[in-house]
Write a protein that binds this ligand. Structure first.
Ligand code: NAP
Length: 291
């Protein structure tokens, strides 16, 4: 395989796919590390390397040959996500990659309210401990998922109280990632990536109403009600913990801080919820069909 400076994981997904597209727009050669080559995006000057996923250390080492900087997307929610990440990071280091740009989460800490945020803390710590060059993009919740908080009945339910969330668009994260991957001077840095302002879920409901023309409301649930309403999905307990703690993290004020990182990197304001919804009517189609 030809030496490629930049490798991108998660290229079959929403964030990694956007990052790969932006690198291609800039004419940057890249290697896409994917589990299924048939689902890899077809981009100019992008070669595709398959591996078995983050628990396939041998495959990852082979796929990373010659890569200097890796965009490492966090794995899908998994009970053993930290172990998966740890194995992948070790393989990345063994392959001789010089820098990992990892997609983390705002406020990642061993005891942060959002339980999936704890995985990111432990992953960051492991990356640091290996001594590999690194940059952490600590993303807030994706704006892209705000419409999905709303059920087909037009109600957002959860124990978020009046707390606010400074959600950020994946398009903005991807543009920042492209700058960080291709520029010098980010080694050892962590960047909080947020939208332009924080909003409560009641305010998110108002924005969804404005965009869709259908009344959307927010109804507070207790934590017990939140577990009870989500349990019929059959999701395992760790997943329910993650879902419910998304709301309790908002209630605790842990997702409300805004940062100027997106504006500093892109020389423009990050996109806010209202503008994003206007540009993405497909994101709330599930509300219109049920109206
Ligand atoms: N900040 C937030 O609001 C938020 C919300 C949801 C998720 N996230 C995190 O951010 C990540 C990226 O978001 P996204 O929107 O791009 O998610 P996405 O569209 O579901 O894509 C996830 C990508 O990661 C790959 N992937 C997942 N687990 C993997 C594993 N064990 N080994 C190798 N590749 C793996 C997937 O590959 P395949 O196509 O082969 O499955 C896919 O390309 C998610 O994976 C999740 O950790 C953040």
């Amino acid at each position: 395989m030809e030496a490629r400076q930049i490798g991108v994981t998660g290229a079959t997904g929403g964030l990694g796919g956007r990052v790969a597209a932006r690198l291609a727009d800039r004419g940057i050669p890249q290697r896409l590390l994917v589990r299924d080559a048939t689902r890899a995006p077809d981009l100019p000057d992008a070669e595709v390397a398959t591996f078995g996923g983050y628990d396939d250390a041998e495959g990852a080492r082979r796929a990373l040959e010659g890569v200097e900087t890796l965009f490492l997307v966090s794995a899908a929610e998994d009970r053993d996500r930290v172990a998966l990440h740890t194995r992948m990071v070790d393989a990345v280091v063994a392959a001789g990659v010089g820098r990992i740009v990892y997609t983390s989460f705002v406020g990642a800490a061993p005891d942060c309210t959002f339980t999936f945020g704890r995985d990111h803390f432990h992953t960051e710590e492991h990356i640091k401990a290996t001594g590999v060059g690194h940059t952490f993009l600590r993303d807030n919740l994706y704006i892209d998922f705000m419409p999905l908080l709303c059920g087909p009945d037009g109600v957002i339910r959860g124990p978020a109280g009046d707390g606010q969330v400074a959600a950020v668009a994946r398009d903005d994260i991807a543009e920042v990632a492209a700058v960080v991957l291709t520029g010098p001077d980010h080694d050892g840095d962590s960047y909080d990536l947020t939208g332009p302002e924080a909003f409560s879920l009641a305010e998110a409901a108002e924005e969804l109403s404005r965009a869709s023309g259908r009344l959307v409301t927010y109804e507070e649930e207790t934590v017990e009600e939140a577990y009870a309403s989500r349990r019929p999905s059959g999701a395992p307990e760790f997943e329910l913990d993650g879902w419910v703690s998304t709301y309790t993290a908002i209630a605790a004020g842990e997702l409300e801080a805004t940062s100027d990182c997106v504006a500093r990197f892109l020389d423009r304001d990050p996109i806010g919820l209202g503008d994003w919804l206007r540009e993405h009517p497909e994101s709330y189609r599930h509300l219109l069909s049920q109206a």
